[in-house]
Design a protein around this ligand. Structure first.
Ligand code: HEM
Length: 458
């Protein structure tokens, strides 16, 4: 399905330089689409229209408007833009990219949901702890500065491999060559860019296309291998792969072809999102190193010299506030598409059923009308009191909204809280060189070129 509105929503503001046939491709950066959409909102206001070729959609950045568009009675998720490109070119109809009407989505959701309830985190906690320890060991022996985003991708990839599929990827071995993490990053970057690229640019930049094909082949081969290995050993484990391969008393297993799509989806949706979150969080902490001391004190208070246990994670309130505030300023999945299921009014104008809106979380989470005049400031203390008070429209949505919101939310929050707590206990990160934040877009967001020196705690 393409991104379109049934009737031109031309009464909404749009970028000035609109090219015949091509639309707004000059107004939105291919390399950093959502950041330039956020910049456009400062010029065009909290609702404006974008057009790429025949595809049109509205971009919404205010809390008030997001609240309306999040209403499930009159709106639903739409797989569009880069997510559509992801379905066609990378993951097939995995949970993230399957249409609402696809029966496989309902089946996969039912099969996998028990793997993501809060209690299920107990079974992943051991693997998560081991991986965090593995990264600690690497850092303890590190004399050079490190690229935080790359190391966080190593960590989260290993976690999803071990906790989700019982597979050791080897991303935390000292001699890891970054091959797999780089393939994943490049594939997702390509998916993100292809959504609003110039027509035929994939053909103009043939080497990029060839690289993309190579990367997707490698990723798919990995997914197949994970499945075949489990079939061959006949092993039963308490993990996501087992749920998909065997279903339950009440549910059939998923078809093998779809399991490969789901494995790729978890690698794509569950890895760099959490890695981006951790990297942004460490960025803010490195700007105010007293946060390291505060987290350290919290962990020592709670656990003494013992490792952070499963139950401890939910009690690390300060650590969690750092994470919540990071996801407010940098929702690493920076927006989601919605489609009107009824004719209605939006921002005082009539819009027909079928109108497509991109809720730019990156903008909504910095909307002064919702968050106050310090909306741009990193202030974890805003989460100390009741959340709704600082979030009147309930538009804090780093994990999306409605029945298609992130299934991996608990997994990501458990992993990130544990990692920030355990790593801060052992290290302080000092920015090496420039502390300016550059953000790379690859469907998700992550700091680029953010390197630090790891300083072990005495
Ligand atoms: C900080 C980390 C994460 C963030 C910010 C995040 C964000 C999101 C968002 C915004 C959506 C909704 C997309 C839409 O409406 O189009 C989503 C969906 C999804 N996420 Fe996450 N995610 C994170 C981590 C994870 C993890 C760790 C996993 C798996 C282990 C995961 C798996 C998924 C899946 C499968 C969906 C599709 C759900 C469905 O439609 O049924 N995510 N995520």
């Amino acid at each position: 399905m393409s991104v379109h509105t049934q009737r031109a929503a031309s009464t909404f503001p749009h970028p000035r330089r609109r090219l015949p046939g091509l639309g707004d491709i000059l107004a939105v950066s291919t390399a950093s689409p959502t950041q330039s959409e956020f910049e456009l909102s400062k010029e065009l206001g909290p609702i404006y229209e974008l057009k790429f070729g025949t595809q049109r959609f509205l971009v919404v950045t205010s809390g008030e408007l997001a609240k309306q568009v999040n209403n499930e009675q009159a709106w639903s998720k739409l797989v569009a833009g880069p997510f559509l490109s992801m379905r066609k070119n990378l993951t097939g109809a995995g949970l993230l990219t399957a249409a609402n009407s696809d029966p496989l989505w309902g089946h996969a959701n039912q099969v996998l949901r028990p793997g993501f309830v809060p209690q299920a985190m107990r079974r992943y906690h051991g693997a998560m702890s081991e991986c965090v320890n593995g990264l600690s060991e690497l850092w303890a022996n590190q004399t050079k500065s490190i690229d935080v985003s790359r190391d966080m991708s190593r960590l989260t990839l290993e976690v999803i491999g071990q906790a989700g599929f019982g597979t050791e990827i080897g991303a935390l071995r000292p001699d890891y060559d970054y091959g797999f993490t780089d393939s994943l990053t490049r594939a997702l970057t390509n998916v993100s860019r292809s959504a609003n690229d110039l027509p035929f640019s994939q053909w103009i930049f043939r080497s990029r296309l060839a690289q993309f094909r190579h990367d997707t082949t490698e990723l798919r081969a990995f997914a197949q291998q994970v499945i075949e290995r489990r079939h061959a050993t006949g092993e039963r484990r308490n993990d996501l792969l087992d749920m998909m391969l065997h279903g339950s008393d009440a549910l059939n297993a998923l078809p093998d072809e779809n399991i490969a799509d789901q494995v790729l989806t978890f690698l794509a949706a569950g890895n760099d999102t959490t890695a981006g979150l951790l990297s942004f969080c460490f960025y803010y902490m490195s700007q105010q190193p007293e946060y390291f001391a505060a987290v350290r004190a919290e962990v020592e208070d709670l656990c003494g010299q013992e490792p952070v246990g499963f139950e401890d994670v939910a009690r690390l309130k300060l650590t969690r506030r750092l994470i919540d505030e990071t996801l407010r300023l940098w929702p690493v999945a920076p927006g989601y598409f919605r489609k009107a299921t009824a004719d209605q009014e939006l921002a005082g104008r009539s819009i027909p059923r079928g109108t497509v809106v991109f809720v730019l979380t990156l903008g909504v989470h910095r909307d002064e009308g919702t968050w106050g005049h310090d909306a741009d400031a990193f202030d974890p203390a805003r989460w100390e009191n009741s959340k709704p008070a600082s979030n009147p429209n309930r538009v804090y949505k780093p994990f999306g909204t409605g029945p298609r919101a992130c299934i991996g939310r608990m997994f990501a929050l458990h992993e990130a809280t544990l990692a920030v707590a355990e790593l801060s206990r052992r290290f302080t990160l000092n920015t090496a060189g420039s502390s300016e934040l550059h953000v790379h877009e690859m469907l998700t967001l992550k700091p680029e070129g953010f390197s630090v020196r790891v300083q072990p705690v005495a």
